[in-house]
Design a protein around this ligand. Structure first.
Ligand code: COA
Length: 169
């Protein structure tokens, strides 16, 4: 467990599954996470069954310290052990929990873990230009803009830019 002031990152377990699937199928979150396909229960179970074996990703549930509420998930993706870098992805699923600092704290906690426990050198994230809250949250956690991928994604019937943000150890 990785413990912060208001939230902690816990190993992703079966009890986190139902909420995670609901978030994966939430229209607003699908847009911000650039997901197009809904996730069926069977597919979700299969994904969970192989989670432990995956060497290129690492999943955590985000829980509130005060009451243990599961408010989101955060994960390292495309872990590259040769170049010692990984992509960071995050979802705070309950919109009532947005803009309260939890996302920034979770990103900072996972970066600390990635740099000082996994000995990674670089963490990066792709953020849609239509998601200024996510960009601000990553920047508050110490990420800088590395580049703009122009008209990189097809979102809601138009092409949108994507910001590549990165943080070095
Ligand atoms: C993006 C996300 C992780 C951020 O976490 P969060 O807990 O909501 O964010 P925080 O409260 O830590 O920080 C949000 C910041 O963005 C600011 N913000 C909110 N809406 C904004 C907007 N429309 N434009 C600019 N800044 C905005 C907030 O004011 C805050 O900055 P401040 O502390 O300087 O006032 C979370 O909102 C989330 O999971 N959203 C849905 C899924 C998603 O977008 N995932 C990321 C994909 S890259």
């Amino acid at each position: 467990m990785i413990t912060g002031e208001t939230v902690s990152l816990r190993p992703f377990e079966r009890r986190h599954l139902a909420e995670t699937r609901a978030w994966a199928n939430d229209a607003e979150l699908m847009l911000l996470l650039d997901r197009a396909r809904p996730v069926s229960e069977v597919e979700h179970e299969k994904w969970f069954a192989t989670l432990d074996e995956k060497k290129s990703s690492l999943y955590f549930a985000i829980e509130v310290n005060a009451d243990g509420q599961h408010i989101g998930n955060i994960w390292l993706w495309d872990l590259d052990w040769r170049h010692r870098k990984a992509e960071l992805r995050i979802v705070i699923g309950n919109s009532k929990q947005h803009n309260r600092g939890a996302g920034t704290e979770a990103i900072s906690l996972l970066c600390y873990y990635a740099f000082h426990r996994l000995n990674l050198h670089k963490i990066y994230a792709y953020v849609l230009a239509v998601n200024p809250r996510a960009r601000r949250s990553f920047e508050k956690a110490g990420f800088s803009l590395e580049g703009t991928l122009r008209e990189d994604r097809w979102v809601e019937e138009s092409y949108t830019d994507v910001f590549l943000l990165g943080k070095l150890r």
